[in-house]
Design a binder for this molecule. Structure first.
Ligand code: ATP
Ligand code: PRP
Length: 215
């Protein structure tokens, strides 16, 4: 009997971009995960199932082997630390940039030159800490879980660390990028023990997803 393979995905934009890659690799959900409240989905490929979890929880499910594979943004992998995860494929989806942004009128370079202690709101505490430490910028980090762009507008923070794609969200809130931190894209992640135990099923699947990502 072949082992069951579990693939962890998150709802939202990553799912929209992942489903065509999965289809190209021969994996189609048996029902539409976008319009269902279910959390576990059979696929048309026997022995492969999908689970839907919070984006930031995907690395944890794979790390502990509750899922064999997952698709996670490099932003969230950096926060997780990547411990116990094999990252064989950059899927090239969910592309954006991690940046520092501040209100249009705020002279960020001057504040940094003067050694000011900045309040920075973000959900990427680890990434932000590392970025500002490397630059020798003094910061107090404030943990938020979303809508970071609001924080400087209501006096919660001087700046934010967040993702930017089109720049529309920054623009709509009269913020500008003041520093670039890193490019972001989604990665296929694999539990190393699963890869050993289920190599016969997982290796071809990883190869197919790599080929689909190359397009
Ligand atoms: P949750 O609120 O459930 O914790 P989330 O808001 O982080 O999740 P999404 O917005 O679906 O979840 O983002 C998931 C991933 O998509 C992010 O980790 C990132 O890698 C990528 N991403 C987020 N925003 C953008 C964007 N504007 N453009 C491209 N990719 C993005
Ligand atoms: C992400 C990110 C920015 C926005 C950037 O938020 O946190 O707010 O996208 O994209 P843009 O440059 O194309 O405007 P998302 O839409 O995922 O909402 P969230 O606040 O719920 O994470």
């Amino acid at each position: 009997m072949t082992a069951m393979v579990t693939l962890a995905l998150s709802k939202g934009r990553i799912l929209d971009e992942t489903l065509p890659l999965l289809a190209a690799a021969g994996i189609a959900p048996a029902e539409d995960p976008q319009s269902s409240r279910k959390l576990i989905f059979a696929t048309l490929q026997p022995g492969v199932r999908l689970i839907l979890v919070r984006a930031s929880d995907v690395p944890t499910y794979v790390q502990y082997g509750a899922a064999d594979l997952g698709v996670a943004g490099s932003d969230l992998l950096a926060e997780h630390g990547g411990l116990g995860l094999y990252q064989p494929v950059d899927l090239g989806i969910g592309r954006c940039r991690m940046v520092v942004a501040a209100p249009e009128g705020f002279d960020y370079p001057a504040a940094v030159r003067q050694g000011a202690r900045l309040r920075v709101a973000t959900k990427y505490i680890g990434t932000a800490r590392e970025h500002f430490a490397a630059k020798g910028v003094h910061v107090d980090l404030i943990r938020l879980y979303g809508s970071m762009e609001l924080a400087p507008l209501v006096g919660l923070a001087d700046a934010i660390v967040d993702l930017v794609d089109t720049g529309n969200t920054l623009k709509a809130n009269r913020l500008v990028t003041v520093e670039d931190i890193a490019p972001v894209s989604s990665r296929l992640i694999v539990n190393p023990a699963s890869l050993k135990l289920k190599r016969a099923v997982l290796a071809p699947l990883i190869d197919a997803l790599r080929a689909a990502a190359r397009g």
